[in-house]
Design a protein around this ligand. Sequence first.
Ligand code: AMP
Ligand code: GLY
Length: 433
Amino acid sequence: MKVLVIGSGAREHALCRSLSLDPDVTALHCAPGNAGIAEVAELHQVDALDGAAVAGLATRLGAELVVVGPEAPLVAGVADAVRAAGIPVFGPSGEAAQLEGSKAFAKDVMAGAGVPTARSYVCSTAEEVAEALDAFGAPYVVKDDGLAAGKGVVVTSDLEAAEAHAAGCLGTPGAKRGSVVIEEYLDGPEVSLFAVTDGDTVVPLQPAQDFKRALDGDEGPNTGGMGAYSPLPWADPKLVDEVLQTVLQPTVDEMRRRGTPFSGLLYAGLAITSRGVRVIEFNARFGDPETQVVLARLQTPLAGVLMAAATGNLADLPPLRWSDESAVTVVVASHNYPGTPRTGDPITGLDEVAAEDAPHAYVLHAGTRRDGDAVVSAGGRVLSVTAVGADLTEARERAYRAVGRIRLDGSQHRTDIAAKAAEAARTARSAQA
Ligand code: AMP
Ligand code: GLY
């Protein structure tokens, strides 16, 4: 199978790595890719937001499957253009991607499907915002209605900061209809659960946890995600089944009922509250960095799974196989991320990781590019250093050992990824012994 992956982050590197290990994949292409993806796939230049260009590239390459990684091309309808060219594509239509593209649309679908989520108001004036903030009380949750790469959400107990963010969203030219979503605060640990779907059948993957804040101890601003781990030793073993029944399948059924069937990857961002599971958000694509740890544990060859979703054949897919190992990924970000990140700094130590830590630990590239012989930073999140181990403690040790070999001037990473979960698992084990 000839496969073309669209995107250029560590998520796409993880997808390409897994696809390159699938014996059914005979040729692997990626556009635009990055310096790390270039080691496993042939890179091509394309404007990822231009459906006709992506479909043209896929046709020229003879691609039999196109996998669209990021949300922006999906919302722009790139999957529709590829499908119209007669090529199977893993990723929802532009209309269905509104599940991620518009928080207000997602809330409407959840209401129709009876999916548990935070109560919310969609506001379009400062007066409505003030009323909604007052109705829910602190902590305040204020969300830009449109796409904002995980950075459009402010959770704060400071009323002025909440009002200021809402005013910014209402005034942003890109914001949909100048609207902002104010919602009830959900307390409790967060879980990312992905499901592969063909619009009908829903196959959940293993849950992961993401670390959204920039700094240790969940301090600092929200980011695209600073690290992740899987599995979740503290989670109820019935969680995946419960979310399949109460969230994933009803949402996919509701999308089909509305005439906008959703195929591809449905990402449920969940809060496990004292009153039960609630959806924080849906995304229409694999999460980054959670994909890095979920795919590290998936043993079923990936291409067949994505192809079955793209062609409506998921019902015939045998159950997925998972490794019992744990996986941890630590994001190395540039100086000043998530503000305006500094780029162009050389990255060294990658060869040492490959020589000393493989195969248990490896570096997935996010924002990198080649500059002559050097690999240099080219974005906010630069690398996603991933490791597997017998448990989270070992996976953490391996991931952080590899991080320690990497040098990137001014870089930052969190030191507490999966720390609490590893500690809790150790405590649980010693209580059992
Ligand atoms: P989102 O882009 O909707 O995933 O929001 C980004 C992050 O903001 C989430 O991962 C949560 O940490 C936080 N967040 C969003 N909505 C809520 C909520 N209703 N209650 C508490 N935290 C939230
Ligand atoms: N890790 C969060 C996201 O992919 O949206």
